[in-house]
Design a protein around this ligand. Structure first.
Ligand code: ADP
Length: 485
């Protein structure tokens, strides 16, 4: 991997904790390339002691950072953004090596993550409060916004760069300090990102990255330590619930980006070719391993067969392979466990009457490579209807009318992303308003951008990342009442 990089110092085997790089911990863990199973790095396996040290350092460093002007913090973040963009090819190679996604997609993620650093560098100067006319003649009321304090972040492996950038950028922009715990599968992208942050001028004590293969005790420390004001998490709803329970003890603030079970609805009045293109993007990006991936594809009766045929044709043109190979559109799945889930969902659906229109089995390349799959004749009693597959399986449900499909789409504990294709303008408004989701893509399969608020309702989470609202998760409101003499 180092040979692929123009700056090999970005491939880091040490963790920045409490102002110094730790490389000599007695416990170590390995990071492997999921495409080849090759060990690409060995990292310090840190625990509670290092986590506490990181929190103490962050707590001590924070007031000076918060005391800088927004413009000064903005300049540091802007330099960080510039460095990420300048090193995007190296960062993408590191990401592909540890996570498996095709190199072009990895580079897309780096630039997407960077866009949040750019955005929040701009927002750093715009943390506006409010003045409210007094309730009595001698009263003056002002509302100010202040950083919450020390922020702990826990992030997953599916977007090893962007999920962290989306949290660190707003937190640092408004004057918080951060301790990041990246997923054990993909810590290298986090380390490279942090290093560029330090190069840009982020004080080392202000930002620690705790590398570890044991997330539960670190999560417990994050929730129990009184110096941590806020926990920000992206991952499964199951782990989100555990963390929320833990953080309840000190009524800690939380932001939660949790699981999804996105419906993707194709109405009869849709442009079918556009719908197929959108489904390809939404379903197969990152090999189906995103929380906004289409998980249930509902197609109206009259266009079901035509849509299925076009989708199968598009899926059969996908190229599965090592993310470093030219032309590859799907890399390996992250783990054997991920393979099992995909296979269980297909087995469950076919046992209950679904047909495999294409794919359906592990890929001949072996390892965790899987054939992009389309299932037809899928019904609501199958596991794919209620659980997130997190893999390259498109289950096609048939529906008759609008009311019925809205009811089915909303019949889930999740409420993150949803998509539909239609052209009737009244229907577009009706359906967009009726879907119980934090995000709705209409005639598009790609909705993520730093300028819009990303987040879910129901058990998909709390809080929003991106847009002008994104800073609010890291701010407290304070009301000041001044009595005049
Ligand atoms: P995924 O299936 O995407 O790995 P998880 O919710 O299991 O989703 O993991 C997301 C992140 O949460 C990872 O960094 C993982 O290490 C971490 N994690 C898992 N369990 C816990 C826990 N009990 N406490 C704290 N962090 C956890």
């Amino acid at each position: 991997l180092a040979a692929r990089l123009s700056d090999p110092t970005l491939l880091i085997s040490a963790a920045p904790v409490a102002g110094r790089w730790i490389s000599d911990a007695p416990n170590q863990f390995e990071v492997r390339n999921p495409a080849t199973d090759e060990v690409i790095a060995t990292l310090p396996n840190l625990g509670i002691d290092e986590t506490r040290a990181a929190i103490d350092a962050a707590h001590a460093a924070r007031p000076a950072w918060a005391a800088r002007t927004g413009k000064e913090r903005a300049a540091v973040l802007r330099r960080w953004y510039d460095l990420v963009v300048a090193n995007a090819d190296d960062l993408a190679a590191i990401l592909t090596a540890e996570m498996g996604k095709p190199l072009a997609e990895a580079k897309g993620e780096i630039l997407y993550g960077a866009s949040y650093i750019e955005w929040f560098s701009e927002e750093a100067k715009r943390i506006y409060g409010e003045t409210i006319p007094g309730h009595q003649p001698d009263k003056r009321i002002t509302v100010i916004k202040q950083p919450v304090g020390v922020v702990a972040s826990i992030t997953p492996w599916n977007f090893p760069n962007a999920m962290i950038a989306r949290k660190l950028a707003p937190a640092l922009a408004v004057g918080c300090a951060c301790i990041a715990k990246p997923a054990a599968e993909t810590p290298l992208s986090a380390l490279a990102l942090a290093k560029l942050g330090f190069d840009a001028g982020v004080p080392m004590e202000l930002l620690s990255v705790v590398t570890s293969s044991r997330s539960a005790p670190i999560g417990q420390e994050f929730c129990a330590n009184p110096k941590v004001a806020k926990l920000t998490f992206t991952g499964s709803t199951e782990v989100g619930r555990i963390l929320m329970r833990q953080s309840a003890d000190q009524v800690q603030k939380t932001s939660m980006e949790l699981g999804g079970n996105a419906p993707f609805i194709v109405f009869e009045d849709a442009d079918l070719d556009a719908a197929v293109e959108g489904a390809m993007t939404s379903k197969y990006r990152n090999n189906g391993q995103t929380c906004v991936c289409a998980n249930r594809i509902y197609v109206q009766d009259g266009v079901y067969d035509a849509f299925a045929a076009k989708l199968v044709k598009a899926v059969e043109s996908m190229q599965v392979g090592d993310g470093f190979e030219d032309g590859v559109s799907a890399g390996p799945l992250i783990s054997a466990k991920a393979m099992d889930k995909v296979q269980d969902h297909i087995a469950d659906a076919t046992a209950k009457g679904a047909q495999v229109a294409t794919g359906g089995a592990p890929h001949a390349k072996g390892g965790t490579f899987f054939q992009p799959t389309v299932l037809t004749g899928v019904t609501r009693d199958m596991a794919v209807a209620t659980e997130e597959t997190f893999g390259p399986v498109a289950p096609l449900f048939r529906f008759r009318d609008e009311a019925d499909v809205i009811a089915q789409a909303n019949d889930t504990i999740f409420g993150l992303a949803s998509y539909f294709y239609a052209n009737d303008i009244s229907r577009v408004y009706r359906v967009a308003e009726a879907l119980e989701y934090g995000m709705v893509g209409v005639n598009t399969g790609l909705i993520s951008t730093e300028v819009a608020p990303f987040g879910g309702v129901k058990q998909s989470g709390q809080g929003r990342e991106g847009s002008r609202h994104g800073v609010e998760d890291y701010l407290e409101m304070k009301y000041i009442c001044l009595g005049l003499e």
